[in-house]
Design a protein around this ligand. Structure first.
Ligand SMILES: Nc1ncnc2c1ncn2[C@@H]1O[C@H](COP(=O)(O)OP(=O)(O)OP(=O)(O)O)[C@@H](O)[C@H]1O
Ligand SMILES: [Mg+2]
Length: 265
């Protein structure tokens, strides 16, 4: 196998991060995952948020989760493979979270190599088995998000096209730079992803322009618009690409998936 081909077969690990809450991180993880799967990729979604919205949004009943990513992070004997569950969506698996992940984060705080806990568990068995591994981060810049940034080779930053949304992004980009310099030189910012876009408002259009002015980071060409269907899909436990495949929202996530695939070529 040539090195290009071998590289193509290695899993691409993408963190979806923004310490601001409710900007569309989990929505991106679920629906980008669904869109990548609809294009024929095997996808693993890792839930690194104690809110467990990703796990629930992919149709997993939290009462049935005996072992979660919390156990993986604090117990050296528990592998990611051992907690992976299939979802209702073909080609999408999930490494679930539960509320106990908060306690695990506190426990992890005193561990040696605490920033590497996730990376140490993401072995070749997983990066070869999955074409893409997406990590949904919590709305904080704590140890869990740091673990995601250390384990990933790409990061997507969803940004709401609304007032004040940019304030936190500069801080996040600064942390990413530190991670790149000190812990993970392989980390690439794949792009800022405009979310909750409403083209009827001048504010949203201005926001898109100012996003593009923010340093030298690429902004995805795909914009995720406000959509009632996007809010509904997780209650059915499936991505929008399954819930309403012909919708504009589903098409947007397929466009995003194509951009992400292109970025890894
Ligand atoms: N484009 C959209 N149009 C309409 N509703 C959306 C859109 N994107 C996300 N939502 C809804 O907004 C809420 C917040 O989105 P989401 O959970 O993806 O954000 P988050 O950044 O993961 O939040 P948190 O920081 O709490 O983890 C959810 O109820 C979601 O269904
Ligand atoms: Mg979330």
């Amino acid at each position: 196998m040539g090195s290009a081909k071998r590289r193509a077969r290695l899993g691409k690990v993408i963190a979806i991060a923004n310490q601001k809450g409710g900007v569309g991180k989990t929505t991106c993880a679920i629906n980008l995952g669904g869109a990548l799967a609809s294009l024929g990729n095997d996808v693993l979604c890792i839930d690194l948020d104690p809110q467990a919205n990703l796990t629930v949004g992919l149709g997993i009943d939290l009462n049935t989760v005996e072992r979660s990513i919390a156990d993986v992070l604090i117990d050296s004997n528990i592998s990611i493979a051992s907690i992976i569950r299939p979802t209702k969506t073909k080609k999408v698996d999930v490494a679930p979270a539960t509320l106990e992940l908060s306690a695990a984060e506190v426990e992890l705080f005193n561990a040696i190599g605490r920033e590497m806990a996730l990376r140490d568990k993401l072995g070749r068995d997983l990066t070869e088995r999955y074409d893409f591994i997406l990590i949904d981060c919590p709305p904080t810049l704590g140890l869990l998000t740091l673990n995601a940034l250390v384990a990933a080779n790409g990061v997507i930053i969803p940004v709401q096209t609304q007032y004040y949304a940019l304030k936190g992004v500069a801080a996040l980009l600064k942390i990413i730079k530190t991670v790149q310099n000190r812990l993970n030189p392989n980390l690439k910012v794949l792009g800022l992803l405009p979310t909750f876009y409403d083209s009827r408002t001048i504010l949203a259009r201005d926001m898109l322009d100012s996003l593009k002015d923010l340093g030298d980071h690429q902004v995805f060409g795909t914009v995720i618009r406000q959509s009632v269907k996007i809010g509904e899909a997780p209650t059915a436990g499936v991505p929008i690409t399954v819930y309403e495949p012909r919708s504009d929202a589903a098409k947007s996530f397929v466009d995003l998936a194509k951009e992400v695939i292109g970025a890894h070529k």
